[in-house]
Design a protein around this ligand. Sequence first.
Ligand code: ADP
Ligand code: ADP
Length: 225
Amino acid sequence: VPAVQFLDVMKNYGNVVALNDIRLSIGRGEFLTLLGPSGSGKTTLLNMISGMVTPTSGQILIDGQDVTRVPPRERGLGMVFQNYALMPHMTVFDNVAFPLRIRKVNRQDIERRVMAALEIVRLTGFAERKPKELSGGQQQRVSIARCLVYEPRLVLMDEPLGALDKKLRIQLQFEIKKIHDELGVTIIYVTHDQEEAMAMSDRICVMNHARIEQVGTPRDLYFRP
Ligand code: ADP
Ligand code: ADP
């Protein structure tokens, strides 16, 4: 069973067609990037997987089940956004622990899982800092740790590196790719940066004007003779 399937999905906002004729199957453990210009429908497509946006017609399946029939907490989702969305008054530890605390995980397990997540993003020494004492790249690594702490099967990332300068972007690209390879999670990644898509993806889904224009490996799409 694929991790995610879009079956003839369409989305309208009034008379704006945000997505049309979307058929897409995403494999388990795949790193799939949605690449396209602003307004092409990338975020709408991503937000349908989390159930934040519902289709006008068609169906989205996660692990073979209609997304609307799976309660949010059972979808195995982790999300990372461009603006980090960290809570400024909480320490790094408490930010990462947050998804576990609202699920009433016990204290020892929280301690163990938060420190493991911080180790993955190489921030163990920063557990007691506040977000504002960290660089942009470090803040985004905290939000990646917060996403990983619940051991998601499926990670959705919407322009996670969009607010960072070029050097940090490239560094974080490698780190995210490494996390993907080591944890074996499925990642669906949104960007408008072609080089980023090329560097990270197993497959790229090129979007334009509410449609999928083509889907293929970076080689398929850009190295045709
Ligand atoms: P991005 O290009 O990074 O997706 P946008 O600024 O286009 O970001 O949109 C951010 C969010 O704002 C979208 O995901 C959507 O929910 C909302 N949005 C975008 N366009 C409109 C619109 N025309 N009217 C209302 N909300 C919108
Ligand atoms: P992208 O992520 O590629 O920038 P979006 O998915 O944000 O594209 O938007 C696709 C289209 O849908 C755009 O024309 C945008 O203005 C429109 N749109 C997105 N969200 C909303 C919304 N909540 N209300 C109205 N229009 C929206």
